[in-house]
Design a protein around this ligand. Sequence first.
Ligand code: SAH
Length: 264
Amino acid sequence: MSNYKTKKRFGQHFLNDFSVIEKLVYEINPKSDDLMVEIGPGLGALTFPLLDKLDTLNVVEIDRDVISRLQQKNESRLSIHGVDALKFDFASLLQKNKRLRVVGNLPYNISTPLIFHLLEFKSNIQDMHFMLQNEVVKRLTAETDTKAYGRLSVMVQYHCKTEYLFFVGPESFDPPPKVDSAIVRLSPWQDKTDSAENEEHLSELVAMAFAMRRKTLRNNLKKILSVEQIESVDIDPSKRAENLSVSDFVKLSDLYTRQQNLKN
Ligand code: SAH
């Protein structure tokens, strides 16, 4: 990593384990004409192996020092966007009839807001492969009735199919992070049938339902839905949020929406 000093504030932990890079490229399975964007390329540990399989690749990188190193490679097939990925308009990359493929070994401190930012473009996204903190990947892929199942699981699984691909230990990075990592694949649902009438209501309701994990739905939702209302969609009010499926949450959210509509 020729005399480059990594920056903590940008969450820089560079991959330096060839077997992990190879496995990740295998899982991504790039096709030469894919429309792909990598978030946070750093010094290119993943970028150049991807570019071996692709005609072109977009990268979004915030750090000017990193950007100038990438520019020095003189690789005309690489489009470098020197901006904050949280503010980047991913729709600006779109080309006719192609959906975006997103990849990245993400800075862990911005991973959740970044996923939600990307979900705003979900109808134009084919899939996303991310290296994240292992605990976060467990939550993203958690099933109902487990400890890891929570607000993040419900909100992301509402939009995407989520898959835990593989574990990556700290020794695969330079410098090694303090936490374990893992690779997740998020694939936005293409023909989703059970969508909420109002997604803001869904997000509010899910937050409320999980506010006190150990409390029942009856308790956590009492400000917005009565026991009778919860029972009317065949959900037991003495259950806890962690016992509900994503489609149960959609049913409750639609009840809440109808009730708000009656009020107004
Ligand atoms: N993909 C490389 C680097 C991973 S480290 C590798 O695996 O080796 C995370 C990278 O994300 C760094 O290059 C860091 O500068 C970049 N980064 C951090 N915050 C960012 C942001 N808000 N937008 C875009 N890139 C960011």
